[in-house]
Structure formats: structure tokens, C-alpha cells
Ligand binder design. Structure first.
Ligand SMILES: [Zn+2]
Length: 206
């Protein structure tokens, strides 16, 4: 298995554009996917159009790791770890997105992170759960990779959907019983799609 470890940091070119001077609301992280690994995939904005990077600096990744609720304090992230995180993220995107062909090496990239030590649960003196690791950033990437393996091989693998709104490409897990959920969120994309359909119906001649 050792050869796998070296692969985790093999640089793979990531084709996500860096768009400068984006308004802060575009750089906000999304947590609508219902899974850690898919929320991580959503750190690229507008995958249906210009695919822009939200993890612009190592600090952005540190912030994501805290906002995800797994780490309490922002860890020190190196530029190398940021590159590795983006590479892992794009591999997960291609492996999980319906209708997309993964690239050679995507599965190896995922597997090598999944084979690394993940965050460990700890019981604090207040009786609260805390996640710890000697190398929190690597462990967090391992945790994300394991979540992806678990999702892709579990009962919900066939329930990974891309949002049906034409201007949204967020991935989410449809846990509804009938399995016919179309939008990443009913409030945002669902409402927008319904309003648009309603307007279009009204435009049609009587
Ligand atoms: Zn959506």
C-alpha cells in the first residue's frame, strides 16, 4: 500500500479558473449537498458555466475546514496541501457526478487519501465530541475521501443528483423516499424554477 501514499501529493493539473475580484457572496461556501464530500465539491462555483475557484488561498481551505464543523480552530494549511485538496476535490467531482467519465488516476487519488489516517473522534471532559488528528489537514482530506468512498459504494450511490436548475450544478444526495428530488434546495433553486415555469406558462398565448 505504500506506493499509494506518495500518490496523494502527486500534482495533477486542476482545470478550475481563478476569477479575480468576485463579490464576497460568490465566494461563500455551500452546505446544501447533504454529504461532506459533495459540499467539498461545491467549493468550485458555477460548474455549469465558468467553474471558478472558491479555495483561492490556503486560508480559504482552513476556513472551509472549520465551517464544515469538523475542526474547531483553523489549521495551518500549506500551498502544497491546497493543491492536493483541489486535486482530490476534482477527482471526487468526476467520480460522483452523474454522466461524467472519470479521468485515469481519479480513483487512485481518492483511494490514496482514503487510506491515510482520518480524523479521530474524542470524548471531551464536557461530554462533547471533538475531532482530532496529528496532521489535521491531511486527516481532513482523508475524512472527505472516506466519505466519498462510503457514498459511492453505499445504498445512496444511485441517489447522487445534479441540481435540475439550468443555472446550478450543485451535487446533492436525494434521500427522499420516492427519490424524485430535482433541486439542491426547494427554497432557492426549486422556487426559482417554479416561478420561471409559471411566467413561461403565462406568456403562452391563450
Ligand atoms: Zn441548485
Amino acid at each position: 500500500m505504500r506506493f499509494l501514499y506518495d500518490m496523494c501529493y502527486t500534482h495533477v493539473a486542476v482545470t478550475v479558473s481563478i476569477v479575480h475580484d468576485l463579490p464576497p457572496e460568490e465566494l461563500r461556501f455551500h452546505w446544501k449537498s447533504g454529504r461532506l464530500c459533495l459540499n467539498f465539491v461545491a467549493t468550485v462555483g458555477e460548474r455549469w458555466r465558468r467553474s471558478f475557484e472558491r479555495l483561492l488561498t490556503p486560508d480559504d481551505l482552513a476556513r472551509w475546514l472549520v465551517e464544515s464543523g469538523m475542526l474547531v480552530a483553523p489549521p495551518e494549511v500549506s500551498p502544497r496541501q491546497l493543491t492536493a485538496a483541489r486535486t482530490l476535490r476534482e477527482a471526487i467531482n468526476r467520480l460522483a457526478r452523474p454522466g461524467i467519465q472519470p479521468e485515469p488516476g481519479d480513483r487512485d487519488q481518492l483511494n490514496c487519501w482514503a487510506a491515510r489516517p482520518a480524523l479521530a473522534p474524542q470524548l471531551t471532559s464536557d461530554g462533547v465530541l471533538e475531532w482530532v488528528a496529528e496532521r489535521p489537514v491531511d486527516a481532513m482530506l482523508a475524512t472527505i475521501a472516506r466519505d466519498a468512498v462510503d457514498l459511492l459504494t453505499g445504498p445512496l450511490a444511485g441517489r447522487i443528483r445534479e441540481c435540475g436548475a439550468p443555472d446550478c450544478a450543485l451535487l446533492f444526495v436525494d434521500t427522499s423516499r420516492p427519490g424524485r428530488r430535482r433541486w439542491c434546495s426547494t427554497e432557492a433553486c426549486g422556487n426559482r424554477a417554479r416561478t420561471k415555469a409559471y411566467r413561461e406558462r403565462r406568456k403562452e398565448p391563450a
